[in-house]
Every structure is written in C-alpha cells, then in structure tokens.
Design a protein around this ligand. Structure first.
Ligand code: NAD
Ligand code: MG
Length: 385
C-alpha cells in the first residue's frame, strides 16, 4: 500500500537521509510536499525526482528561482513562511519535520494540527514550544515519532513497557570533536574544527551544538517533553563510540539499550516503518572490531551547555525558548567568524541571566514572540546583524 509523505527541510542532512530510504522503496511512497529555505535548484531537482505535488522555499526571495527550475514539471511552487505552513498542513500519512532551528516550529505545528504522524528531527521546535507543542499533539490526536537518534533509542527501549516502571533514562553523548580539548584549545577552536564530528555527518548548526554539548542540553529538554519521567530520572553520559544511542533503566534493575551504526538512516527507518521494521543498506555492528565501549560523566566546566539547559528546563516557562534562541544566534555568529567558540555558551548564559523571563508561553504566537525577542537581545549583545 502506498503511503503519503511530506519532508520539511528536504535539502538538509536529515532530509537527504530520509529521501535515500524513500528512493530505495519508491513504490511504497507518494511524496506530497518538499521544502527548503532557499536552495531552489536542489529542491527542484528533488521535487522532480520524487514527483512531489509541491515544492516550497521558506525564503520568498528564492521563489523566482524555484519557479524557473520547476517550469514545465507540473509541480506547484510556493514561497514564504505562510506557504511553508500551508504545505505542512496538506494531509499526509507521515510528515518528517527536519527544518533546523525554531524556523521549523510553525510548519511543525501546522502538521500537528492536522492530527497526523510526525517524525520529529527538529528538536529546537520542541525545546522552544515545550508544553505548547505537547498539548497540541494531545488536542489534535497527533503522533510524534522521535527521529533524534537518542530519543528514537529511548522510544524503542520503552516499547512494551510502562513509563511508570522507568527508574532512569540515560541519554548518551559522543562528547563531540573537542571532547578532550583544554580550555585554551577550546577558546581558539575554528568553525572547521567544530563541525568535524568524529562519528556523525550532520548539518553545520547541530555539529556546532555537538561540539559545545548544547546538542545534548537541547536533547535533555527534548527527552523531558517526550518521555515525562521527571528531570531527576534523566541523565547524560558521555560515550565517545556512539554505539549505544541511549538506554532505559527499569525499577527491577534491567537496563535496555539500543545499539546501531552512527547513521541517521537507522532511526529514520524506524520512524518510516513504525510500528514495523524495514530494510536499510547499513551493515550490522561489528562488535569485535569496535572492541570497547567507554563511558564518562560530562565535564560541565569545559562544556557548560548541559548545565545551562538543565537550569533552563528547571526554571521552565519561557527559559528553554530563550536558551534556544540565544544559542541559535551565537552559533550563527561563531560560524560566521564573529565570536570565539567559548563565547557561545557564555552568551547564552548571559542572555538567560539578563532577561526578566517573560511568562510561560501559552500559544504558538507567544513562543514565537519570546523567540524573536531573545534573538534581538542576543544579536545586540554579540553585536551581529
Ligand atoms: P541541515 O542544515 O542539513 O538542513 C536543514 C534544512 O532546513 C534544509 O533543508 C534547509 O533548507 C532548511 N531550512 C533551514 N533554515 C530554514 C528556514 N529559516 N526556513 C525554512 N527552512 C529552513 O540540518 P540537519 O542536520 O538536517 O538538521 C535538521 C534538524 O534535525 C535539526 O533540528 C537537527 O538538530 C535535527 N537532527 C539532525 C541530525 C543529523 O544527523 N543531521 C540528527 C538528529 C537531529
Ligand atoms: Mg541526537
């Protein structure tokens, strides 16, 4: 039976991994909407290959290029923030939410409001919107399937078990490319060094987040919303081999873990086939070749981001949205060569301390408002445009 799918953020790293799996199972899927920010030519190529109904660029300035690249194809072209939400609201069996940053929040919410199934990669959307998103999921009868490898691992380890029986959830972290670096070396890190992840091949923003450990901080908040066991039952352990993607410990002393190659096609395949399984081209783990699995406590002196995320989620309300917005601006400033690596976490902390936190957002508009205001403060602080 053919199922329909839309991919928000189709030209990115998660988008490409998803489309790779669709390409291998072309008969099983009907592609409805594919979206990108501005890479009109790449997007048009994908839309033609997968015979999409509509291709949308978030940046309206790129719509002319998209129209040109799609001319004669019969595929609809659209552009702008509203068009992204309209495309996301087209009914489909599965929406893959793979836009990076809070920019993906409104389209993801538009998909949720249709009550469908959403494979969520866009962690910043859930971190920012938190309860607003989880309430919408319940209200509209939507289903969230976690794409993030750790959350997908936890989701798998929870199958067939009651959440009340969970004693603890352990999120594993690779520690990123700078795990063993000294404070002095960290201060001098270049963007190229920060994005050179040892185990995973990802977009630039999440690669920097992995290097600062903010990725794990955002994932801690993401886990808190997806798996409501209480913050005291959530912990982070550094596991440099990225073989165990996360674990769930039960009250009887059993710990279930999910292991697999460090390739996003594994968790994406689990979402595409859910609640069944599908083939992927990946080789099974060669455990004797891997040899050793090691584990360390996070070092929050050199990598304060996990502490900041924990403090933000403990503070609750608007704090996680402020943390996320400040981090997005700081990461962009670092990638543009405007601030040193170590200033990313410092500026996030400063923004969180500086701001009289607004009241807890009660709606999507509230979240977007908090996000915009925090971005403006972060830009001002870092003196970036
Ligand atoms: P990426 O930068 O490779 O791709 C991002 C996609 O979003 C692209 O299609 C881009 O065109 C689109 N986009 C960017 N800004 C946009 C905007 N303002 N409006 C509309 N579209 C926009 O990112 P990625 O690595 O694929 O990550 C996507 C999301 O998945 C992120 O939230 C990331 O944290 C999460 N994630 C990624 C991985 C991974 O391995 N790459 C793993 C786990 C979670
Ligand atoms: Mg992850």
């Amino acid at each position: 039976m053919t199922r329909s799918i839309s991919i928000l953020g189709a030209t990115g790293s998660v988008g490409a991994s998803t489309l790779d799996l669709i390409r291998r199972n072309r008969d099983e899927w009907r592609v409805v909407a594919l979206t990108a920010n501005c890479s009109a030519v790449d997007l048009a190529k994908l839309a033609r290959e997968f015979d999409a109904e509509i291709a949308v660029v978030g940046d309206e300035g790129c719509l002319g290029d998209l129209r040109e690249a799609l001319s004669g194809s019969g595929i609809d072209a659209a552009g702008g923030a509203r068009a992204l939400c309209e495309a996301a609201a087209r009914p489909v069996d599965l929406t893959v939410a793979a836009i990076v940053g809070c920019a993906g929040l409104a389209p993801t919410m538009a998909a949720i409001e249709q009550g469908g199934t959403i494979a969520l990669a866009n962690k910043e959307a859930l971190v920012s919107a938190g309860d607003v998103m989880t309430r919408a999921v319940t209200q509209h009868g939507a289903t969230l399937l976690p794409v993030d490898s750790e959350h997908n691992a936890i989701f798998q380890c929870l199958q067939g078990n009651a959440i009340e029986d969970v004693a603890r959830i352990t999120l594993t972290a690779s520690g990123g490319p700078l795990r063993t670096w000294s404070q002095e070396q960290l201060a001098a890190t270049t963007p190229a060094q920060a994005v050179a992840h040892p185990n995973w091949d990802m977009g630039a923003k999440i690669s920097v987040d992995s290097a600062t450990m903010m990725n794990k901080g955002l994932e801690y908040i993401e886990a808190h919303h997806l798996f409501p066991v209480g913050l005291d039952r959530l912990r982070i352990v550094v596991h440099p081999q990225s073989v165990i993607h996360s674990m769930v410990e039960y009250r009887d002393g059993s710990t279930l873990a999910q292991l697999g190659p460090s390739d996003m096609r594994v968790p994406i395949a689990s979402c595409l086939a859910w609640p069944q399984r599908m083939d992927t081209p990946l080789q099974p783990l060669d455990l004797p070749a891997i040899g050793e699995l090691t584990f360390f406590a996070p070092d929050e002196q050199r990598f304060p981001a996990t502490r900041l995320a924990r403090e933000a989620v403990e503070a609750g309300g608007a704090a996680p949205a402020v943390l996320n917005a400040a981090n997005e601006i700081a990461v962009a400033a670092f990638l543009a060569g405007n601030i040193p690596f170590t200033r990313i976490a410092l500026s996030v902390e400063a923004i969180l301390q500086q701001s009289n936190l607004p009241p807890a957002p009660a709606s999507l508009d509230d979240v977007l408002h908090v996000d915009q205001a925090a971005r403006a403060r972060a830009r001002e602080m870092l003196e970036v445009a």
